[in-house]
Write a protein that binds this ligand. Structure first.
Ligand code: 13P
Ligand code: SF4
Length: 311
């Protein structure tokens, strides 16, 4: 029974006791973002996980992110407050099917979005995040054939931007898929001239209305450069917490879903992490990420290529 416990104080105490670092993604609840040692996008969080000298990494994000930390820092204990914090993109790409697809296209390399399982990373050549994908794709010779998975919207966006055909795996992020073009157009009409920032996981009918397209960290930077005082944000709305901290005088409006508000665009997987579960994870060092060493080494190869090519 955790009633009456000062969770914040207990988390801070356990963090010291365990020599733990708390890493959080921008889509986490504000109270978790505020207590984390570092908040960032997928690429920044991978780099932090690779560099930390802590003994324990408490990863407040989803499972593929915590697995990435373990792949890069195998000697560390990596805990995830709720092991059920998955991702619709990971679910859309079972390793067996991905392997068969690769084998059916032996002349293609697999450029794979980090939002996938360790097994799929192990079957890939180069991993990308939304903030590193463009830099990495621009280094791959134009004649090289590419399979891009599992996010067909990010893949489609890159294909259009680089005018480059890629074989796209048919996965989507259920959060970005849920934005409504009709409701977005209504919102834009209510706020004439207000810019829209969108994540490339959004479908093209949302991207088409965006003034800026980029990763979470890119959108956060963009929010700080707009000359007006309002921005419409087409990504998971918890990032607005960081925007409001950085720009307290500006107004940030979450892009709407079909019901006309942004609550339906909260990531249900990210939302599984709570202060209570983070406290228990630090106390019990459970749930913990464990990976098969063969899978880990193969996955590390494709992640290392990302880290080399992205820098
Ligand atoms: P980035 O933070 O790398 O933009 O990723 C967004 C996302 O959907 C993570 O699940
Ligand atoms: Fe996966 Fe989308 Fe949630 Fe990110 S926001 S973890 S891509 S379901």
């Amino acid at each position: 029974n955790l009633q009456g416990l000062d969770l914040l104080a207990e988390i801070q105490r356990l963090k010291k006791e365990r020599n733990a670092v708390i890493l959080a993604h921008y889509y986490q609840k504000p109270e978790i973002q505020d207590l984390a040692d570092f908040v960032g996008d997928s690429l920044e969080l991978s780099k932090r996980a690779a560099e930390t000298d802590a003994d324990v990494i408490a990863f407040c994000g989803v499972k593929f992110m915590a697995e990435t930390a373990k792949i890069l820092s195998p000697q560390k204990t990596v805990i995830l407050p709720d092991m059920a914090a998955g991702c619709s993109l990971e679910d859309a790409c079972p390793p067996g099917k991905f392997k068969a697809f690769r084998e059916a296209h032996p002349d293609h390399i697999a450029l794979t979005y980090i939002n996938c399982s360790a097994e799929v990373k192990a079957l890939s050549d180069i991993i990308v995040t939304s903030s590193s994908a463009e830099t990495i794709l621009s280094q791959i010779p134009p004649e090289q054939k590419i399979i891009f998975g599992p996010d067909r919207h990010l893949g489609g966006y890159l294909s259009r931007k680089f005018n480059r055909d890629m074989l796209l795996w048919p996965g989507v992020c259920i959060v970005h898929e849920a934005f409504s073009e009709t409701e977005l157009l209504k919102l834009k009409a209510q706020h004439p001239g207000v810019p829209v920032a969108a994540h490339p996981e959004c479908p093209p009918h949302i991207i088409d209305h965006a003034d800026y397209v980029g990763s979470t960290s890119g959108i956060l930077q963009y929010a700080q450069t707009i000359t007006g005082d309002t921005l419409i944000v087409a990504t998971e709305p918890h990032i607005i917490h960081q925007m409001e901290k950085a720009e307290p005088t500006k107004t940030f409006i979450g892009a709407p879903g079909a019901d006309g508000n942004c609550a339906c665009n909260i990531c249900p997987y990210m939302a599984l992490n709570t202060m209570e579960k983070l406290y228990l994870a630090l106390r019990d060092l459970q749930p913990q990420i464990h990976l098969d060493e063969t899978v880990r080494l193969a996955a590390k190869k494709s992640l290392d290529r990302m880290l080399e090519m992205a820098s």
